[in-house]
Design a protein around this ligand. Structure first.
Ligand SMILES: [Zn+2]
Length: 428
């Protein structure tokens, strides 16, 4: 019963998807531009509030024009665009954010915090209702904010156009037929912009040295915004190191040393919006190990650590494909991150509550469920206990995977399939 509302919502989305799959439909309802909706999300461990900040018109919609309605159902947050005063869904997308992660930290028990964030939608030709949902602890989507957007409203701002040059790192495909990645530099001084170009190529080499990205590299565009930072390097609060950088990344996010994220959403979005984008990737100019990746939000990786290539690809697994962490014995400071009595939405984790919806069809007939962590199953797809920061009650598809450790240096078959599905979602 708990999942009923959620499933009903997704069923509606799936049904609607059947009716809104052609480019013609895109042209009926949307222009070539995109609308950025900035808002604040704030609260504590038990509360969550939304407040509108502003609307910004950006020059080019970088997303798919075919799969306008989200049929994947990933993410703890969800935005839906409806024809005004109707139940006709024109666009929807799931995502995650920093606020949701922060809510699981011990600090959220004691104080209230607020974060600025944005969703981007194709720019509507007529008045639409935009509805923001939050998935609660029981997995049910709750409506949190409803906006009526008139595309002719003169308070919709034109995007700022900071005068930075764009580096074309890879691909020159039509944005609606490609996964568009925008790379933003953080902590590169004016003198270090040459290094940033080298690091962008390093990023590209990393991405396309892993399957399935390698096989699909002709469906990716990678562009970088050439914005220098005033200071070189990245802030490290616990060492009293503070840097003035382009997008303000910092280690010790949520007091976890290697978690390197930024809360300066405006800086990130103003720069990303200079090019069509589906995914934002921030390269942090530091040799300190760290990074982070949040589904349909943004990813960060340091570039000069000797594990950087693995971090880059691991974080993109979160940001792009919605993959969950398959590790469980790490010093991540989350409390009860997953509700073990429901099925998580991440494609590579299961509580076995609804395993049929996951990788059951990829298991050999004789593989036991759950699968014991024995040597004879080391190369098998199974259901191994431990994953998603939980040693018990959460299961992962393989003994090892890039979403667990960097030892085997490749994604398990379940993660590969999920990544491939997402590439096709953006590009077919
Ligand atoms: Zn995996």
């Amino acid at each position: 019963m708990k999942n009923f509302a959620h499933k009903a919502l997704l069923l509606i989305s799936l049904l609607t998807a059947l009716h809104f799959t052609s480019k013609a439909q895109y042209d009926v309802h949307f222009t070539n531009q995109q609308l950025r909706i900035d808002y604040y999300i704030f609260g504590n461990a038990d509360t969550c509030y939304y407040a509108l900040d502003k609307y910004v018109m950006e020059p080019v919609w970088g997303g798919t024009r075919n799969n306008l309605v989200d049929s994947l159902g990933y993410g703890d947050y969800f935005v839906e665009v409806l024809l005004h005063d109707s139940d006709v869904v024109l666009y929807s997308r799931g995502y995650c954010n920093l606020f949701g992660e922060w809510q699981s930290t011990a600090e959220a028990e004691f104080i209230t915090k607020g974060f600025n964030e944005s969703v981007i939608i194709p720019y509507p030709k007529e008045t639409v209702d935009v509805i923001f949902y939050l998935r609660d602890y029981d997995g049910i989507f709750i409506e949190m904010m409803r906006l009526i957007v008139n595309p002719d409203d003169y308070f919709i701002q034109d995007a700022l156009h900071p005068n930075y040059s764009i580096l074309n790192v890879h691909g020159d495909y039509a944005p609606e037929k490609a996964v568009d990645i925008v790379i933003l530099p953080d902590g590169y001084s004016e003198e270090e912009m040459g290094k940033f170009v080298i690091d962008c190529n390093f990023f590209k080499e990393c991405l396309f040295s892993y399957e399935p990205y390698k096989s699909y590299q002709d469906r990716f565009n990678i562009r970088a915004v050439m914005v220098p930072s005033k200071d070189s390097g990245i802030s490290i609060p616990a060492e009293n190191v503070w840097k003035n950088t382009a997008v303000g990344c910092s280690f010790y996010t949520f007091d976890s040393e290697r978690y390197c994220m930024s809360t300066n959403n405006q800086a990130i979005r103003n720069l990303a919006g200079l090019v069509p984008y589906d995914q934002i990737y921030i390269l942090a100019n530091t040799s300190k190990y760290g990074g982070g990746g949040i589904y349909n939000f943004y990813c960060v990786s340091s570039t000069d650590d000797n594990l950087s290539s693995d971090v880059i690809i691991h974080e993109f697994g979160h940001g792009f494909a919605g993959l969950g962490d398959e590790y469980y014995n790490n010093a991540i400071s989350y409390e009860e991150y997953y509700n073990l009595s429901i099925e998580p939405w991440e494609p590579n984790l299961t509580t076995l509550v609804d395993f049929d919806s996951k990788w059951k069809d990829m298991l050999k007939k004789k593989t036991p469920v759950p699968t014991p962590a024995e040597n004879k199953y080391i190369n098998e797809i199974g259901v191994f206990e431990g994953g998603g920061y939980e040693p018990k009650g959460m299961y992962r598809p393989k003994m090892d995977c890039l979403m667990k450790t960097f030892q085997g240096d490749k994604f398990c078959e379940v993660c590969q399939k999920a990544i491939e599905r997402m590439i096709l979602y953006y590009t077919e």
